[in-house]
Design a protein around this ligand. Sequence first.
Ligand code: ZN
Length: 167
Amino acid sequence: MALFPIRTFGDPVLRTVAAPIDDITSAIERLVEDMLETMYDAPGVGLAAPQIGVSKAIFVADIGDGPFVMINPELVELSGEWTWDEGCLSVPERFWPIERPGFARARGLDLAGEEVEFSGDELMGRVLQHEIDHLDGVLLLERLPRKVKKQALRDLRQEALGMPIQP
Ligand code: ZN
């Protein structure tokens, strides 16, 4: 197992649509171990492969009930709405209230290549949507209202340039 640096805002891999996985090889099994170790170390409740620079459609998550992995996941059901202070390991130490559907159901494959489904409200629903967004090359910033997003991008760019952030 190995810890990987987490790619952050500005890294093009985070804006790239991840490639589907055709073959679940031992390299993918090792990738999952590394992703879990990196996620727990961060610590985070979910981590998508692009966040460690691997543009493949796979994420790991653990919202407190134990780890799970989804390969080539798709959202198959969304309903309700829920606003939550959402953060991302790739945009460290920032949180924004973001409204999304409250319930989500995702379908994909597990490491054995079997079809699996995960679903839930609130945190589970949020993690499924957030991680699948990563695989589509979408960061949580894209889910912010236009004005909030503009300000957030300005702050992040200033920060990247080492300039002080305006209050
Ligand atoms: Zn994230």
